[in-house]
Write a protein that binds this ligand. Structure first.
Ligand code: FAD
Ligand code: DLZ
Ligand code: SF4
Length: 514
């Protein structure tokens, strides 16, 4: 019988940080297990680029751990004997190694379904399974729950202010830098035609990526999206290089153009670091501190730096806290009883709506779209058209390289679809074509006319906006923040309302979702 010597430490594909809690007390005799498994690659049909990115990062991470003296077992997807399951790989390793390990150590996963499963592992394995908190966030879950306790509304802005105070980020004594907590109103500029958008450097490909790319092409050929072009880094150094590029070349204008959209421009002045943050290659507090330094050393204006810090210290931490506070019931809510199926153009981009076409095309090509495209184009359309939240959530979870349920679900379910009835947003982010026209150049390239309100040439966002308010009047009319549009609806003639309903019905039929 082999002697009992150490711990088996399982690292998941989005736990690729050297500081991960499951490694903190690593000792000789322990073994780190990292496994590519069909269960995780296929529980939704992830974008090919997302799988190629993550498998490449996982393989590089395993190499870097080995170089630092850790004993690592890395299981590739096509290794003979791969059970295809995370539990299966833990069990297989334990069986193969006899009684070498006396416990399993894991950092808590980012998705509720997996945590729920892991809670039974100890009983199934007949071995202690220690699930440690994931402390790669600025705010612990206990701290978030504390903040949320007893509050009627979980308003992100108030959470963010507490986080500013606690971290000292952008603070001058006990006052916010510049005398204001929030510079949002300065951050809504349209992109001028003359502005130059920084050209992002591409990382050189390597053997690991070539092998992974071939594997993904063969095994996941029917998944959404394309692997090439592949602009993303796959190591910690490359992720830091991309962060450095953003801080130097994009951050100064990040604030001004945070809400802008432009045809064919996927990244604009955004950081494109969510995929690195979410798999563990970058640390959120370090990112915020480095952005703050850019302001303190006069290399970026306060409105830009505050806007950026708010996304990470505020929104990112807030949605994570909300997810774990409200799951699993949260995912089942459907406040607006939305039930229409997802239109096929979310997959193939075949629509005459130039804004939607561009957002889907960008998503297909890069496994990325910036926030306003996600919220105000694909999200807004799904909200107005009353698409079933489950179908929309599955789409968002699989198409983006940064998507894990803890961050995807609150953003889609709460922010974009108002399916939680207003836990996250005080009103639905519903907008007509006028908003899209104000923030982008899309309408100039569209078959539809943004200035027309009804008829077959009219911008569908225009009549769908009013149709949405009519369809959901019983649930939304009492919302203070919607009192103005409902007053306008009340003044509308019956003929106009009939035209809105008819245009919407015709359009839903045209796109096959009645
Ligand atoms: P930047 O615009 O440069 O912002 C900087 C960072 O702030 C991001 O990298 C991200 O870490 C953080 N951030 C910004 N907004 C949010 C937010 N609302 N919630 C959480 N973090 C935020 N983000 C994900 O990371 N994964 C998702 O699966 C995801 N799904 C979304 C679904 C919908 C419907 C919507 C409206 C938003 C979603 N977001 C998601 C939030 C946001 O759109 C992305 O974080 C952002 O577009 C990533 O691009 P970036 O790194 O260039 O961000
Ligand atoms: C997203 C993903 C994919 C595509 N593949 C794997 C994998 O093969 N092995 C693994 O450990 N993790 C993978 N992941 C990330 C997991 O889905 C993620 O850890 C959970 O969703 C929890 O956030
Ligand atoms: Fe989008 Fe309407 Fe503008 Fe066309 S006219 S790009 S559908 S907002």
């Amino acid at each position: 019988m082999s002697p009992t010597t150490g711990s088996l430490r399982l690292i998941l594909g989005d736990q690729l940080s050297k500081s991960i809690s499951s490694l903190s007390d690593y000792a000789d005799g322990d073994l780190v297990l990292i496994a590519e498994v069909d269960q995780e690659a296929s529980y939704v049909r992830h974008h090919k680029k997302k799988i190629a990115f993550l498998f490449s990062v996982m393989r590089h991470f395993a190499v870097s751990l080995t170089d630092r003296g850790y004993t690592v077992r890395y299981v590739k997807l096509d290794d003979p004997g791969n059970t295809g399951l995370l539990y299966g790989e833990v069990e297989r390793l334990l069986q193969e190694s006899g009684e070498t390990f006396d416990k399993v150590i894991i950092t808590s996963p980012g998705e509720w379904r997996l945590l729920d499963d892991m809670r039974h592992w100890s009983e199934r394995l007949g071995l202690p399974v220690h699930i440690r908190p994931d402390d790669r966030f600025i705010c612990s879950l206990a701290r978030f729950n504390d903040w949320a306790a007893g509050r009627k509304r979980l308003t992100m802005e108030y959470f963010y202010r507490e986080m500013r105070r606690e971290t000292g980020l952008l603070m001058e004594g006990d006052k916010p830098a510049g005398g204001q907590w929030n510079f949002d109103k300065d951050n809504r500029k349209r992109l001028p035609a003359t502005v130059e958008i920084p050209k992002r450097p591409r990382h050189p490909s390597d053997e690991i990526f070539t092998e992974v790319s071939q594997l993904v092409s063969e095994r996941f050929s029917d998944h959404f999206g394309e692997i090439e072009p592949f602009p993303y880094g796959v190591t910690s150094d490359q992720a830091h290089a991309d962060l450095g590029f953003f801080l130097e070349h994009c951050l100064p204008q990040f604030g001004d153009f945070q809400d802008a959209m432009a045809r064919g421009e996927a990244f604009l002045f955004h950081s494109v670091i969510s995929l690195y943050l979410n798999c563990g290659l970058l640390d959120p507090l370090e990112v915020c501190r480095r952005a703050e330094t850019q302001w303190r050393e006069s290399r970026a204006p306060l409105n830009a730096v505050e806007g950026f810090v708010r996304q990470i210290l505020g929104w990112r931490e807030y949605v994570r806290g909300l997810y774990w506070l409200k799951m699993p019931d949260y995912a089942e809510m459907n406040y607006l009883d939305a039930a229409r199926p997802l239109p096929s153009f979310y997959w193939n981009g075949e629509t005459q709506m130039a804004c939607v076409r561009d957002a889907v095309e960008t998503t297909r090509k890069h496994a990325y779209a910036h926030h306003i495209q996600r919220l105000m184009i694909t999200g807004n359309f799904a909200l107005l058209a009353g698409i079933d939240p489950k179908a929309v959530e599955e789409w968002y979870l699989l198409v983006y390289a940064d998507a894990y349920e803890w961050v995807e679900l609150p953003n889609t379910h709460g922010m974009a679809l108002f399916a939680d009835g207003g836990m996250m947003a005080t009103k639905p982010y519903a907008a007509s074509g006028a908003y899209i026209n104000r923030m982008s150049d899309y309408c100039g390239y569209c078959r539809y006319s943004v200035s027309q309100k009804n008829g077959s040439k009219a911008c569908p966002f225009n009549y769908l906006y009013w149709n949405f308010l009519i369809e959901n009047e019983d649930k939304l009319k009492g919302n203070q923040r919607l009192s103005m549009p409902y007053r306008n609806l009340a003044k509308m003639s019956d003929e106009k309302k009939v035209a809105i309903r008819e245009d919407s019905r015709r359009f839903f039929k045209e796109i096959g979702i009645v």
